[in-house]
Design a protein around this ligand. Sequence first.
Ligand SMILES: Cc1ncc(COP(=O)(O)O)c(C=O)c1O
Ligand SMILES: *[C@@H]1O[C@H](CO)[C@@H](O)[C@H](O)[C@H]1NC(C)=O
Ligand SMILES: *[C@@H]1O[C@H](CO)[C@@H](O)[C@H](O)[C@H]1NC(C)=O
Ligand SMILES: *[C@@H]1O[C@H](CO)[C@@H](O)[C@H](O)[C@H]1NC(C)=O
Ligand SMILES: *[C@@H]1O[C@H](CO)[C@@H](O)[C@H](O)[C@H]1NC(C)=O
Length: 402
Amino acid sequence: MEGIGKAYLDYNATTPLDPLVIGVITESLKCEWGNPSSAHSLGKLASDRIGRSREQVAAMINAHANDIVFMSGGTEANIVALQSGLNSITKPNSKECNIVLPHVITSNVEHDSVKNYLSVQQDCGKIDLSFAQVDKASGQLRPESVLSLVNNRTCLISVMHANNETGVLMPIMEIGQALKALNVSRSQNNLPKIYFHTDSAQSLGKVKVDVKQLEVDYLTIVGHKFYGPRIGALFVKDLLTQTPLVPLLQGGGQERGFRSGTENTPMIAGLGQAAELVVQNLDKYMEHMTRCRNALISNLKDQIHDIRINFVVDPRLPNTVSLQVPQNVTAQKVLENCNGKIFASLGAACHSNSQKPSSILMASGLSPEEAGRTIRISIGRTTPDSEIEFAVKVLTEACKRA
Ligand SMILES: Cc1ncc(COP(=O)(O)O)c(C=O)c1O
Ligand SMILES: *[C@@H]1O[C@H](CO)[C@@H](O)[C@H](O)[C@H]1NC(C)=O
Ligand SMILES: *[C@@H]1O[C@H](CO)[C@@H](O)[C@H](O)[C@H]1NC(C)=O
Ligand SMILES: *[C@@H]1O[C@H](CO)[C@@H](O)[C@H](O)[C@H]1NC(C)=O
Ligand SMILES: *[C@@H]1O[C@H](CO)[C@@H](O)[C@H](O)[C@H]1NC(C)=O
C-alpha cells in the first residue's frame, strides 16, 4: 500500500484474502455450487471439496479431519466450545458435578465473545466464574494463576492462545499438560474432567499451533485472521468418542449433526486453501514478520525520543507492536496527524468525545493515561520493507506535530 501513500498495519483486526484463496473461492463459486447433501455428481463435487478442506484445516493444527467442524466464525466457535464444555457437567444422570454449581476459569484479557458469554452464564446463576489475572506490566499469564483457581467443581477452562492487543502468547501447553496430569487423580476421586478450550484466532499463521502439543480439547479457528474468508472452524478432540459438542444450530443435520445449515462450500474451500498456505509457509511468514517488526521498533526508537514499546516479552506474536507515544501527546492525536496514511488501532476507543481505555491494556498493566497513548500496530506476512520505512516516517512527523 505504500505505493499509494498508505500503510495498513492492522492485520490483527483482519487480513486481506490471499490471492490463491480468492482463486479457490472463485472457482468453487462457479463449479461447486451444488448442494453437498445431494446424491448426484454436483453434490458429490461439493461434498468432496468440503472433505478436502477439512483435511487441510486439520493438517494446519496437527489434528484428525474428523475433529474439525466448520462454522460461521470465531464468535460462534468460541460460544459452541464453551456451551459444550459446560453441558458436559450439567447432563442429567451424570455422576459428575451436576448437583453443584459448575466452576469455570478464564483469563481477564479474553475476546468479548468468551468474556460476555461466560459473564451472562454467571449472571444467570448457571456457573461460578473465576478470572485468572495476567501479570501487570508484562501482560503474561502464569500457569499457576490459572491452576491455583481449580477446585472440585471446575469443569471448564478457557484461555486464549495469543492476545490480539498485546501480542502476548499464553502458556497453553503448560496448562494443558498440567490438566492432563490432574485428570488422573481427579478421575480416581470421581471428580469431573476439566475441559480445556483455547481461542487461537490470533496465533494461527503467526506461530506454530499443534493441538497435540497444546493438549487442548477445543480450539477456535478464525479464517479472516490468516488471509482466509470470514468463516471459522472448531477443533474438538476425539469428537465422536470423547469430547462433547453441543450444536448451537439444529436443523438439517449437516456437519454430522454438529452444525446444521447448508454448507458454505466456497468459503470452506477458501479456508482450506488458507490453511494449506500456513502449512507450507509458516516459517517464512514468521521470519518476515519478525524482521519487519524488529526494523519498525528500532527505526521508531531511533527517530522518536521517549517512545516506549509495551509487552516486549517472550513468547509473543512476531507481528504485534504495542507502541506508546511520548508523554504530553495522545495516540489519537498522533494518528489524526497521520492524515489517514496509517491504518492502525488505538489503545483507547473514542466514544462521543470521551476516551474509553482498552480494558485489555489496563488488565495488562497500563494506566488509563498510558492506554490513551498506545497505538496497536500489527504487521502482515507480506508487508514490504518500504511500507515499514514509510510508516516510521509518517509516525515520526505526526509525533513531532502532536
Ligand atoms: C482473539 C479473538 N477471538 C475471537 C475473535 C472473533 O472473531 P469473529 O469476530 O470473526 O467472530 C477475534 C476477532 O477480533 C479475536 O481477535
Ligand atoms: C481485540 O479484542 C478486543 C476485545 O474483544 C476488541 O475490543 C479489540 O477491538 C480487538 N483489537 C483488535 C486490534 O482486533
Ligand atoms: C482421564 O483419566 C481417566 C482415568 O485415568 C482416563 O480414563 C481418561 O481417558 C482421562 N481423560 C483424558 C482426556 O485424558
Ligand atoms: C474435593 O474432593 C476430594 C475427593 O473427593 C475430597 O476429599 C475433598 O474433601 C473435596 N474438597 C472440597 C473442598 O470439597
Ligand atoms: C507533560 O506531562 C507530564 C505528565 O503527565 C506533566 O507532569 C507535565 O507537566 C507535562 N508537560 C507539559 C509541557 O505539558
